[in-house]
Design a protein around this ligand. Sequence first.
Ligand code: NAD
Ligand code: UGA
Length: 465
Amino acid sequence: MNSKTTNICCIGAGYVGGPTMSVIAQKCPNIKVTVVDLNEERIAAWNDDDATKIPIYEPGLSAIVSEARGKNLFFSTDVEKAIDEAQIIFISVNTPTKNYGKGKGMAADLKYIELCARQIAKIAKDNKIVVEKSTLPVRTAEAIKSILENTGNGVQFEILSNPEFLAEGTAVSDLLNPDRILIGGETTKEGQLAIQTLVDIYANWVPIDKILTTNVWSSELSKLTANAFLAQRISSINALSELCEKTGANINEVAKAIGMDSRIGPKFLKSSVGFGGSCFQKDILNLVYIAKSYGLNEVADYWEQVIIMNDHQKKRFSNKIVQTLYNTVASKKITFLGWAFKKDTNDSRESAAIYVADDLINEQAQIAIYDPKVSRKKILSDLDYLESRTYKENSKNVASFDNPYDTCAGAHAIAILTEWDEFVTYDWARIYDSMQKPAFIFDGRNLLNKSELEKIGFVYHEIGT
Ligand code: NAD
Ligand code: UGA
């Protein structure tokens, strides 16, 4: 089937499905790519005439969408038609942590995956390759295969695991120049043919030596492992940031010193208020759950510590704000610069900002928020999701603004929660003049220039110094 692929579809038009398929469409002009989703509002936004209004903010993405959309890239809610026509079906739906039943709070909720498998089985009238693009527990392909084979129309399905390693904010460049593409498939002749079909698609722009093929289980587990290792580095550096604060060592200097060891490397050693995002926590919890389900309690405890340390880091940050502000923030205006879980994205899932805000609202602070890409609606829904208090109560404690200077005026303290580049360029003297004194800054990203801010008059706290 390899050289004959002319039609693929992707179920799930989210942060992975949208950008991934846009790049495939751009790089493979002879393949029709259809991205489908049940969410009508999301699909309408992907189809907006103004490509800057697409639902996901990623540098460089709107240009690729405008180039390919309507030519060989389509966004639609007609899931059945897309499945019917495609030779390869990518599943890129969400796999959140289960919030009910067995495995609640740990296991991945695979209900959306199962729904996709059942729908593919129902519709498919010719042989298909089904690709797991979502991040899944090891051995999920077995469950998908069982559903497809037991409920299908007698056609053949090959299941591949092709996890996505893009990071938000750099999705386009990660997709254009990936460190590697990982494709896991069965060792049978049909399995190997299916692998080759997918290799041929990526080979349109990815050097062949960067396309790695493995068995299905290695591929599924490698994705969880990669995220666990990345998150572990952040928790490791954050654990040491607390020790730095006690000893006079400086975490930025320590990170630089260890990162110059080529065996350690400099990336992912940036101490922060804690990692966020939809995946690190979810995937590690899932890894912990899988280990526990095999009775590997020491393995489970080892990885769980990465999450425990991250929760501690977020809590430590909010405690520091309260303690420094004379042990009370009640009715004080605390300004948050940034709400997204990292810069250059409008995604705020599991952002550290949500948890820090929740702690401060418990202390009756008034939070004023400015983020260049996250809306007030999203901020309130993030807080609401925690179920700490009613929506109305959250609304009373949270104000959001569309310019940073109004957000900071009259504040007792500013907390930097996201490392947006624009924060560095603000007129900090103007901000200082508009604030209550002493004017505190809690820099959860070690983003700003300490000595310059202290010269202006700020009391400046960063992580790990
Ligand atoms: P997302 O929530 O942004 O998008 C998922 C989409 O799937 C939603 O729009 C939802 O409406 C749709 N959907 C769910 N069930 C459906 C169904 N039955 N039919 C049609 N559409 C359906 O999620 P995401 O961030 O794109 O993540 C998707 C998967 O990719 C997850 O497993 C995640 O772990 C993994 N992943 C995410 C990232 C990332 O940076 N966000 C990176 C690598 C891997
Ligand atoms: C992460 C991985 O980097 C991707 O490879 C993976 O595909 C993706 O998860 C996924 O599976 O969803 P992402 O969460 O988008 O990507 O962004 P990261 O750059 O990894 O940042 C995650 C969090 O860690 C952010 O809150 C970021 O601010 C924080 N971080 C990152 C630090 O605090 N310090 C660092 O040194 C690096």
